[in-house]
Design a protein around this ligand. Structure first.
Ligand SMILES: *Cc1c(COP(=O)(O)O)cnc(C)c1O
Length: 332
């Protein structure tokens, strides 16, 4: 593996920057803020199917290419946005991709899986594996690729290493220009690299992370990654009370937040990350941790393909059909 010395390899551009920062006045009022308090950082509007993994991959793939890699290997759940972005980035860069996916794939829930196939990635299904067991299978897969004469670059789970997290230093720099007076920057926390880069670039006081339950030690990971970026993170603000029954399990509050964002702004969130993150912002406002009159940025980290790989999509379609009226033929 390549060492993670900071700043030694140049990132590879995979999208157009900066992403827009857009006002969300009706959503702000719906949440109990003032009209001009709430702004959305549109990191869902990146290339490769969209989402926060693109910024991390610019750095991770920069390093992989410098090391002569021919194939990118990474891991995630069956609906991993990171795995899908890795497959897309590999195609963009003329590399191959092998994705090691834990969990049970279901053909009736296509989402990111459909895109993985479309993008030509090789899939390894590690149905029951997670954590260290998944990492072990990744190492076996990398060995097999080496035996075939490939040069694999193993990218970390969720793209969250110090190198990957550097991508969010760039987002922090954009936000310093776009919203210098932001009091709160709210973001979903999975493997932690996204929040870590924001903390390193904006300071720990302004960044509010909403844990979605992807790892057992989210706050510790954020602090460790921010420290590896040369920041002294101090106390990171991570809220752990929006996870509900577990990673990927929809909560009532997240479903409500998704409906509110969609119906007030046409802003589409996902059930696994951004829906829970907005539910976390709603709770922070209710609890008085975020006040009307304070400029608040919600980082939209993407995840739309995952909606179509989640049972909530079928539930929404059933509700649409159930609530529809029959069109009356207008005659000949
Ligand atoms: C991966 C992901 C996150 C979490 O980012 P981390 O850097 O892993 O904490 C948030 N939102 C979406 C849509 C993601 O795919």
């Amino acid at each position: 593996m390549v060492s993670t010395v900071m700043g030694t390899t140049a990132p590879i551009a995979l999208s157009s920057w900066p992403t827009p920062l857009e006002p969300a006045p009706r959503l702000a009022v719906g949440l109990g803020l003032r009209e001009d308090d709430l702004w959305i950082k549109r990191d869902d509007l990146t290339d490769l199917g969209g989402g926060n993994k693109v910024r991390k991959l610019e750095h991770l793939i920069g390093e992989a290419v410098a090391a002569g890699a021919t194939v990118l290997v990474t891991s995630g759940g069956v609906q991993s946005n990171h795995a899908r972005c890795t497959a897309a980035a590999a195609a963009r860069c003329g590399l191959k991709a092998t994705l090691v996916l834990g969990g049970t794939p279901i053909t009736g829930r296509p989402g990111n899986l459909a895109l993985d196939e479309l993008l030509g990635a090789e899939l390894v299904l590690a149905r029951t594996a997670s954590g260290a067991a998944l990492d072990h299978i990744v190492e076996q897969v990398a060995d097999r690729l080496r035996a075939r004469g490939e040069v694999p670059a193993v990218l970390p789970f969720g793209g969250s290493s110090p190198v990957g997290a550097r991508g969010y230093l760039a987002c922090a720099a954009e936000l310093r220009e776009q919203a210098p007076d932001a009091a709160h920057v709210v973001v979903a926390v999975g493997s932690g690299g996204t929040m870590a880069g924001l903390v390193a670039g904006l300071g720990p006081e302004r960044v509010v992370g909403i844990d979605v339950g992807a790892v057992p030690d989210a706050a510790e990971r954020v602090a460790a990654l921010a420290a590896a970026l040369d920041a002294s993170p101090g106390r990171v603000r991570v809220h752990h009370d929006r996870v509900g029954a577990g990673y990927g399990m929809l909560t009532r509050a997240a479903a409500q937040a998704m409906r509110m964002a969609a119906r007030t702004e046409g802003l589409i969130l996902d059930p696994v990350y951004t829906g829970k993150a907005l539910a976390g912002l709603a709770a922070a406002i209710d609890e008085g941790a975020v006040h009307p009159g304070e400029r608040t940025v919600f980082v939209h980290t993407g995840g739309l393909p995952g909606l179509f790989g989640h049972p909530f999509a079928a539930e929404l379609a059933a509700a649409a059909i159930g609530g529809a009226s029959e069109g009356t033929p207008t005659g000949k």
